[in-house]
Write a protein that binds this ligand. Structure first.
Ligand SMILES: NC(=O)c1ccc[n+]([C@@H]2O[C@H](COP(=O)([O-])OP(=O)(O)OC[C@H]3O[C@@H](n4cnc5c(N)ncnc54)[C@H](O)[C@@H]3O)[C@@H](O)[C@H]2O)c1
Length: 381
């Protein structure tokens, strides 16, 4: 089956990143061969530009001889398209977040298991070399037991994406919420890998734009306590005005790690471990990296190549569907805590999933999202 033949579903921004990842450095295991989009013009244009077979109908592409699909459509469609692709016997690589509810995640996990196909959520933060390096140092005990973590993403988004109610991004209905669901889910995918299971969370949601009621928060602060005892602060903003920045700090009993995607050398280590390059001094190890937008391409390359390797060698993906579901659970727990107006335990969310269902969480969320736009005067054109 080498190379694994992928069909792309949804020919937007994320799809372009995946294609670009293999343009400069082809990988023998991955080949994008076909594309489908609901927008006929878009798929024809995209297919022509990238030399792919265009499919106006999804069923036609699913019946073709592709081995796998890359799903890069608005969030509310992840579940139904994953189920359809699995039923057609195609391996599924689906963009984040897995789904907007835990019930949706379960449906996707069960459909792909039943069909016996490989399934992975395209969480590029799990494949970014800087993050992989940090995980290696944690596992080698370079920073000891982690007690504190801080992580921030500030990626100024087009105001149109928040202000136009007809654009799917950041809507409750099609996006599953605002920036916490869209960007925060990356942070849970990453921090859960470093710190394990979440115990409880408290969250503040804010709108700095005067966006329509169907749009979620454009800023969020989430405070999380992990079962290991570590405390984490996760802050995400779609309105902070600076070039895209994405950083994570970890502090442990033997040292600290500082990471920032916006730098050429993204990781700074301070460790007392005997194998540290410079014991008891800061150092910046050499790591494959380039600031935005190139780090997307680097991480998508490793991610897609890993998924193809799992298909070819019948291995389970390193980022498991269960871990992807827990990343969604982290966001939903924060939403629930914002609604509760108090720290909320993960057990409470899991109980809700078994009773009323987590789809209930989005209802009433606009009422607890702080409207902080009235006093703000935007001057950036
Ligand atoms: N990993 C990352 O850092 C990253 C970055 C950007 C986007 N994403 C994710 O990628 C996914 C897509 O986001 P995007 O920014 O590319 O969105 P987009 O709006 O740019 O593109 C989505 C595409 O899906 C198409 N589409 C809509 N409904 C469809 C349907 N029923 N069937 C087929 N195609 C349909 C649209 O016509 C559009 O071309 C989302 O899950 C998003 O969160 C991830």
């Amino acid at each position: 089956m080498v190379p694994v033949k992928f069909g792309i579903i949804g020919c937007g921004m994320a799809a372009r990143f995946h294609l670009m990842a293999f343009k400069k450095v082809p990988d023998a295991k991955v080949k994008f061969v076909a594309a489908h989009d609901i927008n006929e013009k878009a798929v024809k244009r995209f297919a022509r530009a990238h030399k792919l077979e265009p499919h106006v109908k999804l069923e036609d592409m699913l019946q073709s001889d592709i081995d796998a699909v890359l799903i890069s459509v608005p969030h509310y469609l992840h579940e139904s398209i994953t189920v359809a692709a699995a039923k057609a016997g195609k391996h599924v690589l689906c963009e984040k977040p897995m789904a907007s509810t835990l019930e949706g995640c379960d449906e996707m996990i069960s459909a792909t298991k039943k069909a016996g196909v490989k399934f992975m959520i395209a969480e590029n933060h799990r494949f970014l070399p800087a993050h992989v390096y940090m995980k290696e140092l944690i596992d080698k005990d370079f920073i000891g037991e982690i007690f504190l973590a801080r992580t921030y993403e500030g990626a100024f988004d087009e105001p149109e994406n928040f202000l136009n109610p007809d654009i799917w991004n950041f809507t409750y209905e099609k996006g599953g919420g605002g920036v916490a669901m869209d960007q925060g889910v990356h942070k849970f995918g990453l921090l859960n890998w470093f710190l394990g299971e979440i115990d409880l969370a408290q969250c503040w949601l804010g709108k700095s734009y005067d966006s329509p009621p169907n749009k979620g928060e454009d800023n969020a602060m989430m405070f999380v306590r992990y079962k290991c005892g570590a405390m984490a602060e996760i802050t995400v903003s779609s309105t902070s005005i600076h070039p895209p920045m994405n950083s994570t700090e970890l502090h442990g009993t033997k040292g600290s790690l500082f990471e920032d995607h916006s730098l050429d050398e993204p990781v700074r280590v301070f460790s007392s471990h005997p194998e540290a390059e410079k014991k008891g001094q800061y150092y910046r190890p050499s790591i494959q990296h380039a600031p935005f937008p190139k780090y997307y391409i680097i991480s998508a390359f490793h991610e897609d190549a890993h998924f193809a390797e799992c298909i070819l060698n019948d291995k389970e993906p390193e980022f498991t569907p269960e871990q992807a579901k827990e990343a969604v659970a982290g966001v939903l727990l924060c939403y629930l805590s914002a609604k509760n107006g108090r720290p909320t335990k993960m057990d409470e969310l899991k109980k809700l999933a078994k009773t009323e269902g987590t789809k209930e969480i989005l209802k009433g969320l606009p009422d607890v999202t702080q409207q902080n736009h009235e006093k703000l005067k935007w001057t950036w054109a």
